[in-house]
Design a protein around this ligand. Sequence first.
Ligand code: SF4
Ligand code: SF4
Length: 145
Amino acid sequence: ETKVEEGMQVSFLDYFIPEHIQYYDVSEVGDGWNWLDDTAKAFPEAQNCRHCGGCNRACPKGLEVENGVAQVVSGDFGAAALTFDQCVMCNLCTLSCPEHIRPNHLGLFARRMKAARTLRPVDLMRRLREIDSGKMKVEFEEEAM
Ligand code: SF4
Ligand code: SF4
């Protein structure tokens, strides 16, 4: 998110395969009373955060990643969803975490859980209804072959 400058060096991160991939099904969230158990089951390593701050220092968006991890672990999904709201999923926090927590995926989990248990925005509901009824037409550009 910055312009190219004289003397700038650019490096690329190889795709990496995490040691442990978290699986969960948002449609099985239920009424939300089991979020703490769901989190511990999908992200057991999140409780091992050693508060080293590595994720904070790695984040190009300046997010309070370490706090976000603590918020999810404590069950405060609303606060965590806000903390990770601007996350671009660059994976730098995950690469920097000595506990293999994958903070950005934990944050995405929190955002999905919150969305699954939150009332839908009324403007979006109305717009979707207009599209479904044909009142509003949506045209997609054909991709050039
Ligand atoms: S993945 Fe998100 S939280 Fe992690 S370093 Fe990148 S922008 Fe920050
Ligand atoms: S890098 Fe990992 S262990 Fe360190 S503060 Fe962030 S989440 Fe916790």
